[in-house]
Design a protein around this ligand. Structure first.
Ligand SMILES: O=C(O)CCC(=O)C(=O)O
Ligand SMILES: [Fe+2]
Length: 233
């Protein structure tokens, strides 16, 4: 584990004390993370994916200007990709395309795979735009970072734990370590708040992350609003 990540998880955080304005377009609301408890069957999602998914290690643990690795023991598989997403970000043939310095693994646009997750989302009126599964192995970590991007809906980014073996951690500044409940969807404002994950245990940890197609269903939007109120007001 690198020192920055160790410090992030061992030092106290100040807590989030700002007054929150909840917008009508609820995913524009600027809070660090919101838990949406909805009782997803994570076991069936995980077993479905583990049998179908093909994991690729991240090719660049460190960028040229950095002195320390930002990533360790972190692997990903593309799970779902709608055709309307910017094609340039991904490639269909690993050896063919290189974007910047990063080689991105093949995408799977087969919507028949991974039915468990897609069907469960369907029941609550949600449709995927894209989705990855992330495997974080023993000793793995992502150094505290923000994911700078042009997403106008900072809460349109889901992070869903599929298992949570002992020693797994998610931290978001300024809240600190997040208590994880399997079955919940976490909307993570990865754009505006520094966050980090680590695996201090000895088993693989799996999460799904991605974006929903907008606009989201009215019922889900109300659910998000209520949970922001409960968690921040
Ligand atoms: O938990 C993970 O594997 C990824 C966490 C993260 O940094 C992100 O989703 O932006
Ligand atoms: Fe991130």
């Amino acid at each position: 584990m690198n020192q920055l990540t160790l410090d992030f998880f061992s030092n106290p955080h100040p807590g989030f004390h700002k007054t929150v304005t909840i917008f009508d377009d609820v995913l524009v609301t600027d809070v660090p993370i919101v838990e949406i408890p909805i009782k997803l069957d994570t076991e069936s999602i995980l077993s479905d994916i583990i049998t179908n998914g093909e994991f690729n290690p991240h090719v660049r643990p460190k960028f040229n200007f950095e002195k320390i690795d930002r990533i360790s023991n972190w692997h990903k598989a593309h799970l779902y990709q709608t055709e309307d997403i910017e094609q340039y970000r991904y490639c269909t043939n690993l050896s063919e395309k290189i974007l910047g310095d990063e080689v991105l693994p093949a995408i799977n646009v087969d919507q028949k795979m991974h039915r468990s997750f897609i069907d469960q989302l369907d029941k609550i009126g949600l449709v995927l735009k894209w989705c990855h599964i992330m495997q974080l192995g023993p000793g793995g970590y992502l150094t505290p970072h923000r994911d700078l991007n042009s997403n106008q809906h900072p809460l349109n980014y889901f992070w869903i734990p599929l298992n949570w073996p002992e020693g797994s951690k998610l931290g978001v500044y300024p809240i600190g370590e997040v208590k994880i409940n399997l079955g919940s969807i976490y909307l993570l404002n990865q754009k505006n708040y520094v966050h980090s994950v680590a695996n201090f245990g000895n088993q693989n940890r799996y999460i799904l992350n991605g974006m929903f197609k907008l606009p989201i269903d009215q019922k889900f939007s109300d659910l998000v609003r209520n949970n922001i109120k409960n968690q921040y007001q």
